[in-house]
Ligand binder design. Structure first.
Ligand code: SAM
Length: 267
C-alpha cells in the first residue's frame, strides 16, 4: 500500500501521504474532534486523517486541490453523510473561509510550500478560527515556536506569536510518510488569541517593524530600524539599540510598533 501511495504521489501537490498509524492517532487525539465541532481539513489526500475526523461525527469540510483524489473522497465521506460533509476542489489559498461556519477548527498535513502564506491567511480571520492543528516541516515548527535569543527566533515566530498561542505537539520522522520527505516534520497547535490581537494597534505597522528589524540579523536594532526609530525614542522605549533583533520579546515588538503607529497618527 505504501509503495502504491508513493508511486501515485504528485510532487507538484506536495503529496507525502501519512502511513504511520501512531502518528495519525496522535494527531486525532490532539484535535479530539466532537460532533459539535466544525472542522476544515486541508489536503485530505487519501483520507489518512479524514477517516478519524469523519468518525468523530463533526461537521467536516474537505479542501483538496488534486482532481484525481476527489472521487474517492466524495464516495467515502460526502455521499455517505452529505448533511455534515462537503468537499471543495480548489487551491486552499483561494478559498474564502469567511463563507464557512465559524468558529472553525482547521486540521491539515500541509503541502509545505503553501504552509506559511496559509497560516497568515488563517490568522487574519482572528476569532473565526478556534484552533489550527497542522503538520509542517520541523524547521518551520521550530521557527513558529522559538523564544527570544534562540537562533530559530525571527519574523515568522514573532508575527504568529503576536496574535496566537502556539504549542509544538508531535515530532514526525520521514518514514511516517509515503513517499518519505527529505526533512523531519512536526505537528503544531496554533490558537488565535483575541487579547493578544487587541493589543496590536496596526497589523501593517507590526509587519513593517518586524520585517525591518530582522532585515539583517547580524546587525543591531539601531541599524535595522534607523528609518523608523531614533536614539531618543529607543531610550524612551527602554530598548537597547545595540541589541540584535532576536533579543526582543514579541511583546516588545508589539509595543514598538504601537509606538510608531501612534506617532504617525495611527494607521
Ligand atoms: N492529509 C493527507 C495525509 O496526511 O496523508 C495528505 C497530505 S499531503 C502532504 C498534502 C495534500 O494537500 C495532498 O492531498 C495535496 O493534493 C493537497 N494539496 C496540495 N496543495 C494544495 C492546495 N493548494 N490546496 C488544497 N490542497 C492542496
Amino acid at each position: 500500500m505504501s509503495k502504491e501511495l508513493a508511486q501515485s504521489a504528485r510532487k507538484r501537490f506536495g503529496q507525502n501521504f501519512l502511513i504511520d498509524g501512531r502518528v495519525i492517532d496522535a494527531i486525532l487525539a490532539s484535535v479530539n474532534a466532537s460532533p459539535t465541532d466544525v472542522v476544515v481539513e486541508i489536503g485530505p489526500g487519501h483520507g489518512a486523517i479524514t477517516e478519524g475526523l469523519y468518525a468523530s461525527g463533526c461537521d467536516l469540510t474537505l479542501i483538496e486541490l488534486d482532481r484525481d483524489l476527489i472521487p474517492g473522497l466524495l464516495a467515502r465521506y460526502v455521499t455517505k453523510a452529505p448533511e455534515r460533509c462537503r468537499l471543495i476542489n480548489q487551491d486552499v489559498l483561494k478559498v474564502d473561509f469567511t463563507q464557512l461556519t465559524a468558529p472553525l477548527r482547521v486540521v491539515g498535513n500541509l503541502p509545505y510550500n503553501i504552509s506559511t502564506p496559509l497560516l497568515f491567511q488563517l490568522l487574519e480571520l482572528g476569532q473565526n478560527i478556534r484552533d489550527i492543528h497542522v503538520m509542517l516541516q520541523k524547521e518551520v515548527v521550530n521557527r513558529i515556536a522559538a523564544n527570544p535569543g534562540e537562533s530559530a527566533y525571527g519574523r515568522l515566530g514573532v508575527m504568529i506569536q503576536a496574535t496566537a498561542r502556539v504549542e509544538p505537539l508531535i515530532d514526525v520522522p520521514p518514514e511516517s510518510f509515503a513517499p518519505a520527505p527529505k526533512v523531519d516534520s512536526g505537528v503544531i497547535r496554533i490558537i488565535p488569541d483575541a487579547d493578544k490581537r487587541a493589543r496590536i494597534q496596526s497589523m501593517d505597522m507590526l509587519k513593517t517593524v518586524v520585517r525591518q528589524a530582522f532585515s539583517q540579523r547580524r546587525k543591531t536594532l539601531r541599524n535595522n530600524l534607523k528609518e523608523l526609530i531614533n536614539s531618543e525614542e529607543f531610550a524612551h522605549l527602554e530598548i537597547n539599540p545595540q541589541d540584535r533583533p532576536e533579543r526582543l520579546s514579541v511583546e516588545t515588538y508589539v509595543h514598538l510598533a504601537n509606538y510608531v503607529s501612534q506617532r504617525e497618527g495611527g494607521l
